[in-house]
Structures are given as C-alpha cells and as structure tokens.
Design a protein around this ligand. Structure first.
Ligand code: GDP
Ligand code: MG
Length: 732
C-alpha cells in the first residue's frame, strides 16, 4: 500500500531530526543546503506499506505571510497527503499549537508528534497525553526525535490513520460574536458558488478572507471575480466594524481566539508545571552572557575565529594528501600517454580542474562541520539576533544574517542557497538588498583562491588574513546594502521576528548529515559544471594553436641546440644524464616554455586576456590573470585551476614543478599588492553563473544583469584603488 505522509511544524520543533530518524539514508534532497524552502522527500517501508514522507518548510502559521507558509499550504491542498504529522515542541506547547489549530481548521487527517519530551520533563512540564489527545480529538504520540524514542509507534499510528483515507473534516473554531455573523455570511456565499472548493473547506476560505490572505484573495479574484467582489465587500464591512468597536483588525481577533482555544484545552489539566515558571532555564542563563550587549559580540568574534583555526589547522593534512594524490595521477598520465591533445586535455583540463576543486573538499568539510555545530546548537540564531542591531543600520534585517552566513559569511558557503535563503525575508526591498549583496561573501569557491594567494604572499598568518578578508567581505556587503537601500531600494524597515531556540547539544548524526549534504553539493558542482567548464577553458586556452611557421621556428631553435650538443631527443630522456646533457635539456625546456607561452597567448582566451590588459593594467592584472578571471565568470572554482593551467602550460619540466603558489611568488607580475588587488576583485566581481541564474529566478533578469554589471564595475574600481595606492606606497 502506498501512503503519502507530510511532516509539518514550527521551525526548531525537531522536524529535520525526526525526518532523518524516520527515513535514514532513504532520502532525497530536492533543494539547496542550509534552508528547507523546497521540500525534502524520504521513504519509509513498514510491512506492505510504502510511505513517502515529505519534509515541509518550518512555519508558525498557514497564512500567506512568507514563502515557507505558502509552500507548505500549497503542498497540503494540492497533494492532499493521506496523513499529516504535526511535530509539536512539548516544551513550548502553546505557541506550537497555533499551527495545529490551523491544520485542524483545514481538516486534514492529522497526527501530533509531541517532540522534546525530554526537554519538557527537565523543565518540569508534565503533559497528560491521553487527555490531550481526547480533548483535541486527534492521536498524540510523545516522542524524543533525537533518540528515536516513540517513533515506531508514531509510524504505526500514521499508517493506521493513512490507510483509512478519510475525507477532510474541518474543525470549527468560534471566533466571537463580532466576527461570527460575517464568517457565516462569507461561508454561505462561498458554498453557494463553490469558490476554491476543490482546495479548501468553505469556512477555511472564509477565515482566510477575513485574515486578508493575499494569496487566497488573488485566487478568488482569478477564479470568480464576481463572487470575490461580494466576499471582499463583506470583509470590508467586518473590518470596519471591528475597527470601530474594538479598534483592531479581524486578523488579530482570529489569532486571539485561536490562542484562547488552545489555552482552554491545555488548562483542563493537560499541562502541569512542577517548577516555578519564571525560573531561569539553562538556555536563558547562557544567553545572559552570550547575547549580552557588550560581551556577546566579543564571544561571537572569538567563536568565529576559533572556527577558522579549527578548519585550517585540522584540514591541512588531508588537503596536502589530496594534492599529492592528484600530483601522482598527473605524473602517471604524463609518463604513460604519448604527447598530444588528449594528454594535454587530461592533465591541464581534467586533473588540474577537478583536482584543484576536490583538493579543497577536506577544508570545506571541516568548515561545514563547524558551521553545523553552531547551527544545531542554536548559537547561529543568537548570531542573527545580535547582528540584527547592526544590520538595521544598513537597511537590512536580522533574518538577512542567515543568507549571508549560508553564502559564506563565516567562509565556505555558497551564494546559491544563500540567494534562496532570502525567501524568509518578508519585506521585498530588504529581501532584494540581501539578495544583491550575499554574493559578496566568501563562498566555498572563493576560499581556494583566498587560501592560495594568502598562502603564497602572506604565508605566516593564514588564519589571521582569512579572518581579515571575511570581515572585509562583510563591511563591503553591508555598505553596498546601505547604498542600495538609500537609492534604488529605498523604504522603511520591518521589525525583527525570529525565535531563539534553546541551546542544545548537537547530535553527531545531525552534524554529519548536515556536513555531508553541503559538501556533496560542492562536490557535485565540481564534478559536473566545473569539469565541463574546465575542459571548455582548456580548449579556449589551447586552440587555435600557433601557426605552422612559428612552430617551425621553435622547432628549429631546439634542433639547433641538439645539433650543437651532438645529442638526440631520445638520448635526453634517459635516466642518467651527464652534466652537459642536463644543460642541453634545460635549454630545450626553456624554448618549450616559450613555445607554450606563445601558444597560450595566441589562443582564444589569450587574445581576450591580452586585449583586456589595456584596461586591467590599472588594477595590476596581467593577461594570464585575466584569463582566469574570465573563467571565474562561469564559476569561481575555475579561477585556481585556470591559473594553474595558465602557469603550468608555461612549464614543462615536471621534476621541477612547484606549487602554484610558489610559481606566483616568483613571477615578476605578482607581488603583495597585486595579490590583494586580485583578491578583492575576485571577492566582489560578478557572481558565478549559477548564482546569477538563481537571482534571476528569485527576482528578475533585470536584477540579475544589474548584479553582474554593478558588481564587476564596483570590484574593478576597488581593485584599481588598492593597486594604485599600494604601488604608490611601495607596499609590493
Ligand atoms: P527543525 O528546525 O524543525 O528541522 O528542527 P531540528 O530537527 O533541526 O531540531 C532543532 C534542534 O532540536 C536540534 O539541535 C535537534 O538536535 C534538537 N532536537 C530535536 N528533537 C529533540 C528531542 O526530542 N529532544 C531534544 N533534547 N532535542 C531535540
Ligand atoms: Mg530543519
């Protein structure tokens, strides 16, 4: 038997934990990491029942206030799951049951999973499950999602309810005299004309009309403008009436009555508190310090800096190891394959490209692991809370913090999920400002470039400089946001609405799943997009190839050296060479270097890079840097590999091959000032192609192109500033 089951609950109620517990590895993520706006699916098999479980976004309500709420509601009414599990945080019953009320009004087949029973118990909250279930008239299963306690029983109950395939039976909640007759009038009209009747129970639609639910209002107008007009007239009268008599909008009355309904039930001996309720819980005690106005930010800096130290020191060994592995593979191909296009493509396109990216997987994994600890312990929400004060100054919102952090605000995220995470922002202008500035963060793809250049030019204090460049990213992003919010996106701020979940010890399982999900996204990108782009770039850097006469001239030079020394190419490939033979070999490799360099410069990418030099020289970029920056338009991951390819193509002597960092250090075009100028350009220029597409999808192509154009010009101006000032002061 096939069953469709949906999981719904407030943020932090333990949805993800339960989902992972129930489905284990049998899950499929349909969205980007860090945010569950699109739904996740998993599968549970019990006997002959196959249950498809959908993890809906966390919401406090089912109105159309945020995208999450709309996504969740649309899923429920369109997919009509056989059973809905409403996960409720037992330590926070009243607030959590607000959503439950709305689910009851929809009338779906509902099962309550009463989670965090352990937390409730520790706080001295006692819940009489039987009474609770009886009064609400729905099954209630106490669980501890973290340990899996009660989850088997939960599934059994769900299968039982799901199998009944019972029709929806909406619950009526009384909304008081003032609204009742309006509600009845609305309901009658809706029933008469069958408005939206395939999706919603009539009374539910009526309530939504009174709540001024934009989405429902619009749908009504679309499907039946006449009836909709009648309804809206009733709503207007009702609203005027309540404003005159009670000085509130109907929404407020509705919310009050829902809470009243909940309280009325809970008071009937369902919940008893053993301790004094205003006793400070451990979380509150910790918060006294960690979110303190003065020491809170200090702790934050220390914690974030600690994350850097952890990531960089612990990942060093695996990073070096992977670099070596790719080095060996390269050597192996070099020795086994004959010279030619295939070998060149494999080494310069595939291995350098993918290896450059995969080599950083350990680093990114450690970083994500650290972020997962902050997130799962509840600390990240405190960061958002503290940053709200700062963000406000720049015309952003506390909820903008998450997109920034996901994009790499602590370093090592991705702007793609960051852009999607902006969906939680309710004000369109604050959202747009966040959307446009999150690409300034140091995403996982920029990390390798940062690590490379910082390692090469500021080697001693890697962690310190990484930290500095992260701060710089924030400063620039916030200033840019302020600029947008006082020009193209001018408008009033909205208040901060976000819960601070209690502190919790993260579970290893949760941490590993989070880390893996995000790392996998990175690898997937590296394996597919980057591989394709890397090969394309190799082609751009290889073709059309030097014209025959120039090739001949290089060949003649080599031949001349050989003739002079009386040796052959074959003799030079021997293992043991005399002093003079070694000298000859070196001379020949110098010629080969020049030939490859000439070939690169003659290539399509070289031509572009060289032409751009006339502008980019003001920022200190030479044509090879330009080539890699062109590649970076497609994906930032490509920059390091392209630099590698560009510089390794000029080198032939494999035994002498140094790391790319060393090569740059020794190159006459590079110095500290150039490194910083290139770094700031890379940090702030056009977002990668995937991000641009996401920005377009979240807003419009107009904004996507704006972002590309604005960022590139903006970044270039900063780079020119850095280079000119740095050079003037002789800092190189
Ligand atoms: P979501 O936002 O609803 O997806 O919530 P999560 O599944 O991410 O859970 C939020 C936090 O609550 C995590 O740190 C979980 O480890 C923790 N958590 C979830 N279920 C329980 C539980 O039953 N008991 C305790 N003590 N913690 C839990
Ligand atoms: Mg979750």
């Amino acid at each position: 038997m096939q069953l469709k089951m949906a999981l719904l609950g407030n943020p932090n109620a333990g949805k993800t934990t339960l989902f992972n517990e129930l489905t284990g590895a049998r899950q499929h993520v349909g969205n980007y990491p860090g945010i569950t706006v699109d739904h996740k699916e998993g599968c549970i098999i019990r006997g002959t029942s196959k249950i498809t479980l959908t993890d809906l976004p966390g919401t406090y309500s089912l109105t159309a206030y945020s995208i999450e709420e709309i996504v969740a509601r649309n899923y429920l009414v369109e997919e009509k799951p056989d059973v809905v599990v409403n996960i409720v945080d037992a330590s926070n019953l009243e607030r959590n049951l607000y959503l439950t009320c709305q689910l009851l009004e929809l009338g779906l087949p509902l099962v309550i999973a009463l989670n965090m029973m352990d937390v409730a118990k520790n706080r001295g909250i006692e819940i009489k499950i039987d009474k609770f279930s009886e009064l609400f008239n729905i099954p209630v299963i106490p669980i501890i999602a973290r340990t899996g306690e009660g989850t088997e029983e939960l599934i059994e109950t769900c299968v039982e309810i799901g199998k009944q395939k019972r029709p929806w039976t909406p619950r009526d909640i009384y909304y008081g005299e003032d609204l009742d007759h309006n509600l009845k009038a609305l309901e009658a009209t809706i029933t008469e004309f069958g408005l939206l009747s395939t999706s919603y129970p009539p009374r539910y639609t009526a309530i939504k009309y009174l709540e001024n639910d934009e989405q429902i209002l619009e749908k009504g107008r679309e499907t039946d403008p006449e009836t909709a007009a009648k309804l809206e007239k009733i709503v207007e009268e009702a609203s005027e009436h309540t404003r005159r008599t009670l000085d509130v909008y109907p929404e407020a009355i509705i919310a009050d009555h829902r809470y009243g309904y909940i309280k009325a039930i809970l008071r009937q001996g369902v919940v008893t508190h053993k301790f004094d309720t205003d006793r400070l819980y451990t979380s509150d005690k910790i918060d006294k310090v960690l979110t303190n106005r003065l020491v809170g930010p200090l702790f934050m800096l220390v914690i974030l800096f600690g994350l850097y130290q952890f990531t960089f020191s612990w990942s060093e060994i695996p990073v070096v190891f992977l670099e070596n592995v790719f080095g060996w593979v390269g050597d192996f191909i070099d020795q086994t394959l004959p010279d030619g296009l295939l070998k060149s493509m494999l080494i310069s396109g595939v291995i350098d490209g993918v290896g450059g990216v995969l080599g950083f997987v350990p680093l990114i994994m450690f970083m994500f692991f650290g972020i997962a600890i902050l997130e799962d312990s509840g600390y990240l929400a405190r960061v958002a809370f503290m940053m709200d004060r700062v963000f406000r100054i720049f015309g952003l919102h506390g909820s903008s913090v998450m997109p920034f952090i996901v994009s790499g605000g602590i370093a090592g995220g991705c702007a793609v999920p960051g852009v999607m995470a902006t969906r939680t922002l309710r004000s369109p202008k604050e959202r747009m400002a966040t959307l446009l500035t999150v690409p300034f963060m140091n995403c996982g793809a920029k990390l390798p470039v940062l690590a490379l250049l910082i390692g090469a030019f500021f080697g001693e204090h890697k962690a310190r400089y990484m930290f500095l460049f992260t701060i710089l990213a924030w400063v620039v992003a916030l200033l840019a946001a302020k600029l947008f919010r006082s020009t193209v996106l001018r408008g009033a701020p909205t208040p901060f609405v976000m819960e601070l979940p209690p502190y919790r010890f993260p579970t290893l399982r949760g941490l590993l799943i989070h880390t893996w999900e995000r790392t996998y996204q990175y690898i997937k990108k590296a394996g597919t997009v980057i591989l394709g782009i890397s090969i394309l770039l190799w082609a751009l850097m290889t073709f059309p190839g030097l014209p025959q006469d120039r090739k001949d001239s290089f060949e003649a030079q080599k031949q001349q050296i050989l003739t002079q020394s009386g040796l052959t190419m074959n003799a030079l490939s021997a293992n043991q060479l005399s002093q003079s033979a070694l000298e000859t070999k070196k001379q020949i490799s110098i010629i080969s270097n020049k030939e490859t360099e000439a070939g690169l410069r003659y290539s399509i990418a070289g031509t572009m890079g060289t032409k751009l030099e006339s502008i980019t020289k003001y920022a200190g970029f030479d044509w090879r840097t330009n080539i890699s920056l062109i590649g970076g338009f497609a994906a930032k991951e490509v920059i390091v590999s392209t630099l590698g390819t560009a510089y390794s193509m000029g080198e032939v002597d494999v035994e002498e091959s140094e790391s790319l960092g060393k090569r740059l250090q020794n190159d006459k075009h590079w110095n500290k000032v150039v490194a910083v100028s290139v770094l700031v350009f890379i940090m702030f220029y056009a977002p990668c192609f995937v991000t641009v597409v996401c920005i377009a999808k979240e807003s419009s192509w107009k904004w996507a192109f704006f972002s590309m154009g604005f960022n590139t010009i903006f970044a270039f101006l900063i780079a020119v500033g850095v280079y000119q000032v740095g050079t003037f002061l002789h800092l190189g």
